[in-house]
Design a binder for this molecule. Structure first.
Ligand SMILES: [Zn+2]
Length: 475
């Protein structure tokens, strides 16, 4: 560890604060507002301690009124009900009330009904303790926010998403997922024993999401170099590079709930949450692989079909993204002679062709995003020429952000999660996979490597087939 602090241990928050402060002298990053992150086999035993710290830090009474929020699924730790274990720790010292939230959908949705229910349950309380996965934690953050920012201790019970350790919540608004600002939890206690017993597809989906850390930051950095992203910060880049320097070769056994793999996964997801939280953006962890996943969601939603697990989709799509990125890094495919200003009429044609079957609303939205993206590209054209001319030098920086695809593929397969589109649930057909990949740069106004390849005439059917070669199984 250096004097400024390591950036790769999410449980050493002081070191991360020091490390970030050294790289952010102007204080542009959001302050890291979590008091404690614990990732261990016995983290659940420290709820009382974490709560006492959070109450003291907030100037609240040490004997407090505490609301425990959980959903209706009984979560067990080694056979015992976790809510009971937590409640017993607090009951002697605090006035404790357990509120089980039921939005009437089976699985908890972070819709306004549930958010209002949670905020009401916590009214007048000094603190909130949530027990659950990502949705429960996101609900707890908002309930704490709506009650004047009271302390919130999150007991993490699955490693399905990276949203435990950040300052935003993913909520459902009119049936659509939205990321909204909320607040950092005061403490996150990730109990590895409980997480290891979570449904295996949750943890393997978490690993899929996690591995986008080994490719997505390159899209973010590219977008910054081209003048198109204003969320970029060198401290965030340093943290992502430090995390990407250690390949996820520990993934074997995630599906079987092996503690070492589950602990490493939880740590990686926690780091991701911290980076996006302090960076005030998810862009640093969302690139080509995320738009491919969003394309699948778009298709399924438009056809009223079930939407697959985000992380599982992102994991498979990360293998596609890293293949394309490593080609751009390791070969001479990106050359100045190929760079052409994009033609809006051609892009419009592609959007109508790709999305026409999904409805006019989607086409209109994509056209709006494409127009904004085109205008930004034209404004920054000089930077495009510079970056492409200087590509070999930039490739060295990209290489530090993108793990070779074979390494990621091995890690994803070892995790026990789906490593091909057909193995996702619902299974994605080869035709749908090609559609989602080919057209992924036509949705959203963010710029990524596929936009650049398309501008250079390199986004051909041959390259798409090559990019998908290892994630589509032969029929
Ligand atoms: Zn994601």
């Amino acid at each position: 560890m250096t004097a400024t602090g390591t950036l790769t241990d999410p449980t050493d928050l002081e070191a991360i604060r020091r490390g970030l402060a050294a790289l952010d002298p102007e204080g542009r990053l959001a302050p890291l507002g979590i008091g404690r992150i614990e990732i261990s086999d016995t983290a659940h035993l420290h709820v009382a301690e974490a709560l006492d710290e959070a109450l003291a830090a907030a100037g609240r009474p040490s004997r407090a009124t505490v609301v425990i929020l959980a959903d209706t699924t009984p979560i067990r730790r080694d056979g015992e009900l976790l809510a009971g274990l937590v409640e017993r720790q607090l009951a002697g010292h605090h006035a404790v009330q357990l509120a089980r939230l039921d939005g009437g959908h089976g699985a908890l949705h972070a819709d306004e009904t549930v958010l209002a229910m949670a905020a009401e349950a916590a009214r007048g309380a000094d603190a909130i303790v949530t027990i659950g996965s990502g949705t429960m934690t996101d609900v707890g953050k908002i309930a704490a926010e709506r009650n004047g920012g009271i302390p919130h201790v999150a007991v993490q019970t699955a490693a399905s998403v990276d949203g435990f350790t950040d300052n935003v919540s993913v909520i459902l608004r009119n049936g659509v997922k939205r990321t909204v600002p909320s607040r950092w939890p005061s403490a996150v206690l990730a109990d590895v024993t409980t997480i290891a017993g979570a449904p295996q597809e949750m943890n393997t989906a978490g690993f899929g999401e996690a591995i986008s850390l080994f490719t997505a930051p390159a899209d973010w950095y590219l977008s910054f170099l081209l003048g198109l992203d204003h969320t970029f910060h060198p401290a965030s880049l340093a943290m992502l590079q430090a995390a990407a320097a250690e390949p996820p070769d520990w993934s074997a056994g995630i599906a079987r709930g092996e503690p070492r793999a589950v602990r490493e996964l939880t740590r990686l997801l926690a780091l991701r949450g911290i980076v996006s939280g302090v960076s005030n953006t998810t862009a640093c962890l969302s690139g080509v692989e995320h738009v491919i996943s969003h394309m699948l969601d778009l298709h399924h939603a438009a056809h009223h079909q079930p939407i697959g697990l985000h992380g599982a989709q992102v994991g498979v799509a990360s293998l596609v993204a890293t293949r394309l990125w490593r080609e751009a890094i390791d070969t001479r495919v990106i050359t100045p002679a190929l760079l052409r200003e994009p033609e809006p009429a051609r892009i419009e044609g592609l959007i109508r062709q790709a999305f026409g079957q999904l409805g006019d609303g989607i086409v209109a939205e994509c056209l709006r995003d494409a127009e904004a993206k085109h205008a930004a590209v034209i404004r920054n054209w000089a930077r495009f020429e510079q970056v492409v001319a200087d590509w070999p030098r930039h490739a060295e920086a990209f290489a530090k952000l993108v793990t070779p695809s074979a390494t990621l593929r091995k890690a994803l397969a070892a995790s026990g999660g789906p490593a091909s589109f057909q193995r996702l649930s619902p299974a994605i057909s080869p035709e749908l996979t090609v559609w989602a990949t080919r057209n992924c740069f036509l949705m959203r106004n963010r710029f990524n490597l596929v936009d650049l390849l398309d501008m250079m005439g390199l986004w051909t059917e041959e390259r798409i087939a090559w990019a998908l070669a290892e994630t589509l199984e032969a029929a």
